[in-house]
Design a binder for this molecule. Structure first.
Ligand code: MSP
Length: 614
């Protein structure tokens, strides 16, 4: 895990021994100087220009295709909840999109493992394993976790696969052919744990066990080593202006906005060329530079190309998917995705990604999660304890992209008990219980009791001002939720649903249907209307919760008798009877009783008592 980068305003120093990348003064050009690439780069003139380029029209959210990606995960250690969070965000976005635009061919979603590089090479050596053994073992753990957590990816890539090697080497060949690579001498600090170069200002000294001191990364505390070698260099410096044009022309390219601003600020500063290979004698665990086995391709270049590999690159099929790509990433890898990757893409003649959605990190009891602190939260234990839907709901409801979030067990229990067990489960129970709804149907809505025009008075009118407020809130909820998804604020979407659930409980409480009688000709139409409205609200909640809690939503919708073909967002027409249209559910039998929607995780659970004691 890499440390968070300081946002915004991080300065790359011009002076000092090493830059994050390369300084001209430490580069001695060797071999052929490499053709200038400026002429071709200048062809890029902003987002509108590239959208009509050879890759085809840009496909916005409403278009036919969308491609979501998670970062690919390092296999040096087992997955933790931060990794699962990255994958869940992508999964929820992707599932929400599938509800809007159905059809298996419309949406792709990739995840995978990042298996090359010094970090993995060293981790395997430390574990006494061959790198392939370590990769197979940990990659399988990620795959099992994602399967268990309901991550609905359509591809899982491992960078050690042959298809990926072909893609990376092809991509490299393109950069070389376009004159964007040259050979130079690099010297500077390298942090294997972060797989990146660090400027002098980001390095400090820490006492070592031998009594002396050793250089470490200021942010992460991980050891760094001085590297001096001849490498291939990418002409990153030439892309500063094209990158600025891209970001200024597309203010939503990086979301949330503070991250967009931070990247623009980084681009105000020097953007030195980037070393993109290592000596194979130093780094053998990677993809060799085509035609030069003495060099291994830099792991970040290797890793980033995974996004192309999974859509078939270099075969032409990738062209219909690439322009629709949305990357979901943690803030620590923003620079790699928002500067290096778009520059590499532009260099290879492609457009930058459509969207980069950035999230912050999970800490544990106020501290960064780390193996050495022994506070890494195992996501498999959490899925077992809180159920898959419960833990998905917790992470997505509590995780705020703009800020770090703190994890502790009591918080999970409190949230799930109050929002899923009591509020949502209780509401379903109240409207479907045999005692209150003996016919087990979706009752009839009475327009005389609840006329569409607010403020009417008459003997049969029972609806009050707050009831109209509820109808209005739930009617606008799907749009609101969609906007929150578009802005990568899934927690706000869930907050909005939760607030409507509370309002609906208030509605039921206000009209106390348990005090009304089906036998009374005065009560019965209103009793049916109260239940009808509440069930309609529940149908909306169930539909909107599908991307986050798929099984729980399925249970809820099945109990309401909503069939599989009636669960898309296109079909979600709330309370049509109120607006004078027929309702397909009215009078329909409810689905079979399936027990509690979400059983309370009450404090008596053995593991929780144990967690309190320790
Ligand atoms: N292998 C690179 C990514 C290459 S993508 C071309 C990498 N891997 S990682 O395993 O270190 O991180 C993968 C993702 O997990 C990143 O998005 C990172 O931000 C995320 N997280 C790692 N720790 C995290 C938390 N504590 N909290 C939330 N997400 C965190 O970087």
């Amino acid at each position: 895990m890499r440390p968070s980068h300081v946002l915004p305003g991080r300065r790359l120093r011009r002076r000092g021994r090493a830059g994050t990348m390369l300084r001209a003064s430490v580069l001695r050009r060797l071999g052929r100087p490499g053709a200038r690439a400026g002429a071709r780069l200048l062809e890029y003139s902003g987002p509108r220009h590239y959208s009509s380029g050879p890759l085809g029209a840009r496909d916005d959210a409403g278009g036919a295709r969308a491609f979501f990606t998670t970062p690919i995960f390092y296999v040096n250690a087992a997955p933790h909840i931060g990794h699962l969070y990255s994958a869940l965000l992508a999964d929820a976005l992707c599932r929400h999109r599938r509800l809007r635009v159905p059809g298996a061919a419309a949406t792709r979603f990739s995840t995978g493992t990042d298996e090359h590089g010094l970090k993995i090479q060293q981790a395997a050596a430390a574990a006494g394993l061959a790198p392939t053994e370590l990769c197979d073992r940990v990659s399988a753990q990620f795959q099992q976790l994602f399967r268990a957590a309901g991550i609905s990816s359509t591809d899982f890539i491992r960078t050690t696969e042959a298809r990926h090697r072909i893609a990376v080497q092809h991509f490299w060949g393109l950069l070389e052919a376009r004159g964007l690579l040259y050979k130079g001498l690099y010297e500077g600090w390298y942090c294997a744990s972060e797989e990146c170069f660090l400027p002098e200002a980001k390095v400090t000294r820490q006492p070592s066990s031998s009594g002396g001191s050793c250089p470490v990364s200021l942010e992460s505390g991980h050891p760094v080593s001085w590297t001096k070698e001849e490498n291939y260099i990418f002409r990153l410096s030439q892309f500063r202006e094209p990158l600025q044009r891209w970001l200024r022309g597309d203010p939503q390219a990086i979301t949330p906005e503070p991250f967009h601003r931070a990247v623009l600020q980084w681009l105000e500063e020097e953007l030195p060329d980037l070393s993109v290979s290592r000596k194979s004698s130093h780094l053998h665990w990677g993809i060799p530079v085509p035609g030069d086995d003495s060099q291994t391709i830099y792991v970040w270049l290797d890793a980033l190309v995974n996004y192309l590999t999974v859509i078939g690159y270099p075969n032409a099929e990738f062209k219909s998917w690439w322009p629709t790509t949305s990357h979901i990433i943690g803030k620590d890898i923003l620079k790699f995705h928002a500067i290096y990757w778009p520059a590499l893409l532009l260099g290879a003649g492609m457009s930058p990604p459509h969207r980069i959605y950035v999230h912050s990190h999970w800490t544990v009891c106020g501290q960064k999660m780390s193996k050495s602190l022994g506070n890494v939260v195992d996501p498999r234990t959490c899925l077992d304890r809180y159920t898959v839907d419960g833990f998905r709901y917790f992470l997505l409801r509590q995780g705020v992209p703009n800020w770090d979030c703190d994890y502790y067990d009591e918080k999970v229990v409190k949230l799930l008990d109050s929002e899923l067990a009591d509020a949502l489960g209780g509401l379903l129970n109240r409207c479907t219980a045999q005692r209150i709804n003996p016919s087990g149907t979706y009752p009839v809505f009475c327009t005389a009791c609840f006329p569409s025009e607010a403020g009417l008075v008459g003997p049969s009118v029972r609806a009050q001002a707050e009831d109209y407020a509820l109808v209005n809130a739930v009617a606008t909820l799907p749009r609101q939720v969609a906007e929150h998804y578009e802005n990568f604020q899934i927690y706000k979407a869930l907050e909005a649903v939760s607030s409507c659930v509370r309002q609906t409980n208030g509605f039921v409480q206000r009209h106390a249907p348990w005090k009304l009688s089906w036998e009374s000709p005065v009560d019965a139409p209103w009793l049916g209307t109260v239940l009808h409205v509440a069930l309609e609200c529940l149908r909306v909640f169930g539909t909107l919760l599908q991307p986050v809690t798929p099984s729980l939503a399925d249970k809820l919708l099945s109990r309401l008798g909503v069939s599989a073909t009636e669960r898309g967002l296109g079909e979600l027409c709330f309370l049509p009877r109120f607006y004078g249209h027929p309702c397909p559910f009215e009078g329909r039998r409810l689905g079979p009783e399936t027990g509690l929607l979400f059983p309370r995780l009450d404090q008596s659970r053995a593991w929780l008592v144990k967690a309190h004691r320790t």
